[in-house]
Write a protein that binds this ligand. Structure first.
Ligand code: MG
Ligand code: MG
Length: 295
């Protein structure tokens, strides 16, 4: 999530990189301020880990429900219950739309089925054997945010779709591994893009990851592909930076459209798309995933 901060339209990368420092930046010839990236202390990262654990617990519960006949409304209820058990505040419910006149996001999870890429709204339609569903959710706990997403198979899915899920998850994992070696995000983004292409799939470019901390969407934007804008406004992977990394990979095209509900994003060719996300902190010892269950 979402379309105006966080998972943000690609063409706005340079301007949004300066978006948190808007004051005085709009006049012709005004010098653009540097993006404000809030680095987190080890203590703050430890607090984010607690929020991340709750998000992981919620997604784990959803994972156990992923069988034919379940509805995304059931998953919504399960995640709501987990957040309530931990006194965590859901981040997505009521999130304002970036589209004028459209309602805020009405749920605690985004549930995007098959050709839906992101921001799908949970409903009562039973999922059936062979579907895939991407569940994205986030919460705030003790003032700090966690954000994570997973794409789940419902029963048996075709091998080509399983490959899409495997490649998307591996894209996330290779990005996390590469963060430990690279100095800049452009090196990571380049690897992600090359890997996806090498597998015959497409990186959805319209939405990108984001910094995260006390707010779900902080600077910087974190694209899953390389571009001139990224090279120019590269992200230094220094200790204390915390990023929500979230590759979205589509089987047939990177082109997407948003439905009339103002939220649901689908591929233009209506072929499947997958989405995995983790909140990851850079520490002096390397990248640390915050949205996982154990430890
Ligand atoms: Mg996110
Ligand atoms: Mg998310």
């Amino acid at each position: 999530m979402f379309s105006h901060r966080g998972m943000i339209p690609r063409p706005s990368l340079p301007s949004l990189l300066t978006g948190l420092g808007k004051k005085g930046a709009v006049g012709a010839g005004a010098a653009k301020p540097r993006p404000v990236i809030k680095l987190k202390s080890p203590r703050e990262i430890a607090q984010m880990r607690e929020a991340g654990r709750v998000v992981a617990r919620a997604l784990d519960r959803v994972r156990q429900m992923a069988v034919p006949g379940v509805t995304t409304a059931d998953m919504e209820e399960a995640v709501t219950a987990v957040f309530r058990e931990h006194d965590a505040t859901p981040l997505f419910l009521g999130y304002p739309s970036s589209v004028k006149g459209k309602p805020p996001f009405p749920a605690v999870i985004c549930a995007s089925v098959n050709h839906q890429v992101v921001h799908g709204i949970p409903n009562r339609r039973p999922l059936k054997e062979g579907d895939i569903v991407s569940i994205d959710t986030g919460c705030r706990l003790g003032g700090w945010c966690g954000d994570s997403a997973v794409t789940l198979a419902i029963g048996q899915i075709p091998p080509s779709v399983q490959k899409l899920l495997d490649v998307t998850l591996e894209t996330l994992h290779l990005a996390i591994r590469a963060m430990g070696r690279g100095r800049h995000w452009s090196e990571v983004a380049s690897l992600m893009e090359r890997y996806v292409k090498s597998q015959g799939f497409y990186v959805v470019e319209k939405f990108v990851g984001h910094g995260i901390g006390q707010d779900m969407h902080e600077e910087p934007q974190v694209p899953n592909f390389i571009s001139e804008a990224l090279r120019k406004h590269d992200i230094r992977l220094e200790p204390g930076i915390v990023l929500a990394i979230e590759p979205m990979v589509a089987m047939g095209t990177k082109d997407v459209r948003t439905l009339d509900d103002g939220w649901t994003v689908e591929t233009k060719d209506r072929r499947p798309s997958a989405h995995f996300e983790h909140t990851v902190a850079m520490t002096p010892d390397g990248p640390r995933v915050l949205t996982y269950l154990e430890d």
